[in-house]
Design a protein around this ligand. Sequence first.
Ligand SMILES: Cc1cc2nc3c(=O)[nH]c(=O)nc-3n(C[C@H](O)[C@H](O)[C@H](O)COP(=O)(O)O)c2cc1C
Length: 147
Amino acid sequence: MGRPDLAIAINGGITTIEAAREQLALVDGVMVGRAAYQNPYILAEVDRAFFNEAAQMPTREEVVERFLPYVERQLGRGVPLNAMTRHILGLFNGVAGGRAWRRHLSENAHRRDAGIEVIRGALAAVSRNGRWARASGDDGIREAVRA
Ligand SMILES: Cc1cc2nc3c(=O)[nH]c(=O)nc-3n(C[C@H](O)[C@H](O)[C@H](O)COP(=O)(O)O)c2cc1C
């Protein structure tokens, strides 16, 4: 009576990579909604955790840099900046400087002429407010440790 052709995914209440891993022993797929919205950085671990264990997890700053070409393309098509930045407001949640990141985006991304300089400004605000401990040779955020 089984239906092995059906792909079964669970949805609702999965908030961590560990919980997703537990579920994947039981079902084919896991959906993550609110947790990915509140703390999108949990998605940075997905590639390494489930698809390519050798992959290096990008830093939050690298995630932002990889996002920028997309943002520029969409700006060129007339999409307002804050329609995109609203999805990354939580990127630095839980780390030092996260509030400055969110505030900078909230206060500046809605302006009509807002471009990617607003996102770069938000990264600068993270560095200024984050009290990052700089390891030698790092780029300021890569090896950052919470102060
Ligand atoms: C920002 C956001 C947007 C969503 N948009 C949709 C949508 O367009 N259609 C839909 O069926 N569910 C939508 N959902 C619901 C999710 O797919 C999911 O069913 C719900 O959030 C429960 O999963 P969670 O506990 O992981 O958040 C949305 C959820 C969030 C947080």
